[in-house]
Design a protein around this ligand. Structure first.
Ligand code: ISE
Length: 337
């Protein structure tokens, strides 16, 4: 570390990775991007030139470099597990975008290595935990303002997807946010999950199933429904209503001015997750940087990444069998308690 500034290397310079390069260079004061890698050499070189940083020949070279104190992984989903493992073995701080791995088994191996290093090294990119609306809802639940939470109704609606989108990505890339935020809000693990067949939208631009209706049951018996529209929705719109025994809590729409005109009230909605959740991405990296300087990570852990993968695996199975599927997890290691 240089003068209390964390030197960060970013693996993956696609849409998300580039945003993080910009954010960690120009928004977060406690970090400085010193290196990047992308499997498309030209992409990495362009970013390296723009930000005057090193373009590494491989992700591993970036991880081993002594000008990199911490690594951000924003590469393709299937590459996350191997990069994370390398960082953990090097005892290097790592921030990983979701999903942590393609299977829960790979996460189990990561937790073994991290536990053997004796301290937390990984933070998951579950940015919604830093969104003002969700943070306020969590506090209200913890303060007992709506009594015991009984159920959650939620929706995750997208306007479009990148080419190559597949049915299971609705779980592993999209609803994974609800998998995480629901566990976090309710402070409970899942007992059972299910995907229900619903009428299909003609607005889907590919041949994947859209929408899908996902159900969770927590260990204490709360029920959660998540409507997942991966394509063709009217906006990027995220809904969450927690129903408690004494009242309900609703996630607010993004802070925008409402217009009153022609006997109507209207306000704008986002078209993309990057604008809808921009503040939460900033907050999450501010906390990450401070936590590294304090040597005490606080955001979503490897355990949380693992829990999301276990639920995803069970949901994918349920989509194929049509049945509810049990969620079975290993014991939690002490470093995650
Ligand atoms: C993206 O990666 C996200 O994180 C968004 O929340 C989700 O809506 C989108 O479909 C994903 O591609």
């Amino acid at each position: 570390m240089n003068n209390n500034q964390i030197r960060v290397g970013i693996i993956g310079c696609g849409a998300m990775g580039r945003e993080h390069v910009e954010r960690l260079t120009n928004v977060i004061t406690q970090t400085k991007v010193t290196g990047v890698y992308d499997y498309i050499e030209k992409t990495a070189q362009d970013v390296a030139e723009e930000y005057n940083v090193t373009s590494f020949a491989s992700g591993e070279e970036l991880i081993y470099s002594d000008v990199i104190d911490a690594v951000v992984i924003a590469s393709a989903d299937e590459t996350h597990a191997a990069y994370v493992m390398e960082c953990l073995k090097q005892d290097k701080y790592v921030f990983c975008e979701k999903p942590l791995a393609l299977t829960a088994k790979e996460c189990e191996k990561m937790m073994e290595v991290e536990a053997s290093q004796g301290h937390r090294l990984l933070q998951m990119g579950f940015n919604r935990r830093f969104d003002k609306g969700y943070v306020e809802m969590k506090k209200a639940i913890e303060d007992g303002e709506i009594g015991e939470p009984l159920m959650i109704h939620s929706a995750h609606r997208n306007i479009s997807q990148a080419p190559g989108f597949e049915t299971d990505y609705a779980i592993t890339r999209v609803a994974i946010h609800e998998i995480d935020i629901t566990r976090w809000l309710l402070d409970d693990e899942y007992d059972e999950v299910q995907v229900l067949k619903v009428k299909q939208s003609k607005r889907t631009s590919g041949d994947w199933l859209n929408p899908q209706l996902i159900m969770f049951k927590t260990k204490s018996g709360q029920r959660v429904d998540v409507e997942v529209q991966t394509d063709g929705a009217y906006a990027y719109d995220i809904k969450c209503q927690v129903v408690g025994e004494d009242g309900t809590l609703d996630l607010p729409d993004p802070a925008v001015v409402t217009k009153r005109k022609n006997q109507q009230v209207s306000f704008g909605l986002s078209d993309h997750w990057a604008s809808r959740f921009a503040d939460s991405y900033n907050e999450e990296f501010i906390e990450w940087a401070q936590a590294i300087l304090n040597d005490q990570l606080v955001g979503a852990s490897t355990w949380d990444g693992y829990a999301a993968c276990v639920a995803s695996d069970a949901l994918i199975k349920s989509r194929k069998t049509g049945n509810p599927e049990k969620v079975t997890m290993i014991d939690k290691a002490d470093i995650y308690k």
